[in-house]
Write a protein that binds this ligand. Structure first.
Ligand code: NAD
Length: 355
């Protein structure tokens, strides 16, 4: 073993129904007196006892630059000393955009499984083009996880978002900075998510299942932030940006295709994924889980058409990570995207010389 591993410093506070108390503790600990709460709708049960100077609900998917600029301006005009974001990845993303230029600390209260709260990655969109970057200023100081806030996340969205988290775990296995520490974190994330997902599908109010999902979301994002974007994330980033596809659903559809492609060339990773899924093979384990939770299978219903495949392939080829366990050709990407578009089963890609 030979690696260098960074672990970002964050405090994680976890507890069902405890968001209000945990947030109040963090606000006191950080000495904040003028809090900007970023959330699409009010959460009095969470923010009732903290010194809120401003409620900001002007949130939009993928953080358009004008939305970011408005939030930065009101933060400045109101002498804000702490950002609290309550919501999914879009809401966390807006808090990050403000932190990026102001250096203000963030306490994140996530309500989906996107995992942005545990990464130092920011994203902004201008004229349909998404720019991302890495900056320690955008990493939230603290994360407050409360599964009571996720009970209302519709089951279909929970499934897509949970598979988005699972994709962070799987892609971490061959990301550019993959190492034994983030691989172990990713495997723990897969175990938590594969326990939580079916429970939430059976009963959206299943508290233990919702807890497992939030734990899995954190582990997945911690692994992904450390390992970096692998092939799966590069593909999804291009598809989301170029064709305006929904984030979580795109991840959910693409994942089995990238796994089927990479697993034969990454036997150690495939074994870890399989074990974490409680299955003989990584592909079968994922297929069974996806079947149990009725996962989305095709991109066509979200607006990605077969005629777009060649253009997508052209955009993805130059950003294929060097760390990928096998070379990726134009024909490989065409096969992957065609099957993902129409909802065909993932196609096996044997590696020469290996069974
Ligand atoms: P989202 O934040 O857009 O939320 C999706 C929908 O779910 C919204 O309509 C939202 O209002 C609703 N919602 C959220 N929580 C809910 C709840 N508990 N109950 C009911 N409805 C709820 O989507 P997302 O998938 O959470 O995040 C996607 C965005 O996050 C993308 O822009 C993506 O690029 C970004 N992201 C960034 C990172 C990062 O590291 N920077 C990581 C993952 C995702």
């Amino acid at each position: 073993m030979n690696f260098t591993h960074d672990t970002p410093a964050q405090r994680v506070l976890f507890g069902h129904g405890r968001a209000g108390a945990h947030l109040a503790d963090e606000v006191t600990r950080l000495g904040a007196t003028r809090v900007m709460v970023i959330a699409t709708h009010p959460h009095p049960e969470v923010t009732g006892t903290i010194p809120v100077a401003l409620h900001h609900s002007d949130v939009a998917p993928h953080v358009p630059v004008d939305v970011a600029e408005r939030a930065r301006t009101v933060a400045r005009d109101n002498d804000i000393d702490l950002l609290v974001c309550i919501g999914g990845g879009s809401t966390t993303g807006l808090a990050k955009a403000v932190a990026l230029t102001s250096g203000l600390p963030i306490v994140a209260v996530p309500t989906t499984y996107a995992g942005s709260e545990a990464t130092d990655v920011w994203g902004l969109t201008e004229s349909g083009r998404k720019t991302t970057g890495v900056d320690r200023r955008v990493l939230p100081t603290s994360i407050v996880y409360d599964s009571a806030l996720t009970i209302g996340l519709p089951v279909q969205l929970s499934v897509a978002s949970g598979l988005n988290a699972l994709a962070h775990c799987v892609d971490s296995m061959w990301g550019p900075r993959a190492d034994p520490i983030n691989a172990s974190t990713a495997a723990a994330g897969i175990r938590a998510l594969s326990a939580g997902l079916p429970a939430v599908v059976v009963d959206a109010a299943d508290r233990a299942g919702r807890d497992e999902m939030l734990l899995g979301a954190y582990l997945s994002a911690a692994a992904f932030a450390s390992a970096g974007s692998g092939l799966h994330h590069k593909i999804c980033h291009v598809l989301g940006g170029a064709y305006d596809l929904p984030h979580a659903q795109t991840h959910a559809v693409i994942l089995p295709h990238v796994l089927a492609f990479n697993a034969p060339a990454a036997p150690d990773a495939a074994r870890m994924i399989a074990t974490a899924l409680g299955s003989e093979s990584a592909d079968d384990g994922l297929a069974r889980l996806r079947e149990r939770v009725d996962a989305p299978t095709a991109l066509l219903p979200y607006g990605f058409e077969l005629s777009m495949v060649p253009d997508a392939v052209e955009r993805i080829l130059p950003v294929v990570p060097e760390s990928n366990p096998r070379p990726v050709t134009e024909s490989d990407l065409t096969t992957i995207l065609t099957a993902a578009c129409t909802g065909d089963a993932p196609i096996a890609h044997p590696v020469e010389g290996r069974r």
